[in-house]
Design a protein around this ligand. Structure first.
Ligand SMILES: *Cc1c(COP(=O)(O)O)cnc(C)c1O
Length: 230
């Protein structure tokens, strides 16, 4: 299957899941998770109509920007970001999805202030409470939103989660529903630098359940590009 065929079949599965949930298929964006795929593959995915690209590694982001791989498509940073690399990402991407600590939040805020911009971000939630994962605890999100004014150079656009690796289809639905609840709660908040419209959840193996639970953005790698060779 070509990248274009893969994108077409994902689009139809997305539309079906949305309709089953009584949602408008146009409410859900498709982010191509491009890690380990080269500029040519990225260009093919964009030509096939993905809405945006998500990059995991600073080095790959920098290289693909240099190669003009993204062709003007929106770019999100979706990987683990170390504070010492913040300068290479802030202002270079439209949105940073993987903001999972106050330490990182303040580093991004400081860099955005230096650059004179406001950086859009998502708060990453460790929704499965996994020891091995970064991200805010679910219970930390609302208190954080209440003091988000202390980071005036960021704008919180929503939430992102990577649920535990599951053995059975359907395992992650409960986590997706929990994310949906936090999303609804923070949407109700009124702060200057909170403008929530993005709930980023669902990957190749579980995006249909994520959409049924309310996802507004799925991040898909393998189902678009094939298995990654590490
Ligand atoms: C790789 C990756 C994805 C996509 O995973 P697939 O299972 O290949 O679709 C989504 N989100 C993040 C943060 C990733 O690193």
């Amino acid at each position: 299957m070509s990248i274009a065929e893969n994108v077409a079949s994902i689009r139809s599965a997305m539309a079906q899941a949305a309709r089953e949930a009584g949602r408008d298929p146009g409410e859900v964006k498709l982010c191509a998770a491009t890690k380990m795929n080269d500029a040519d593959a990225v260009r093919q995915a964009i030509a096939a109509g993905v809405d945006l690209c998500g990059e995991n590694r600073v080095q790959e982001l920098t290289e693909k920007l240099r190669q003009n791989a993204y062709q003007g498509a929106p770019i999100h940073f979706i990987g683990h970001l170390q504070t010492n690399k913040v300068r290479q990402v802030v202002g270079k991407v439209d949105l940073i999805q993987s903001v999972g600590s106050e330490h990182l939040l303040s580093a991004i805020d400081r860099e955005a202030r230096k650059q004179g911009i406001r950086q859009d971000i998502l708060l990453e939630v460790n929704i499965g409470s996994e020891e091995s994962k970064t991200g805010f605890a679910a219970g930390d999100i609302l208190p954080l939103i209440d003091k988000i004014d202390s980071f005036p150079n960021i704008c919180v656009r929503g939430l992102m989660a990577i649920p535990p690796i599951s053995q059975n289809p359907g395992d992650n639905l409960k986590f997706f529903l929990k994310m949906r609840q936090i999303y609804v709660d923070i949407r109700a908040k009124k702060n200057d630098n909170v403008s929530v419209d993005c709930l980023s959840m669902g990957m190749s193996g579980d995006f249909a359940d994520a959409i049924r639970a309310g996802s507004t953005m799925i991040r898909v790698g393998t189902a678009i590009f094939g298995a990654r060779s590490y």
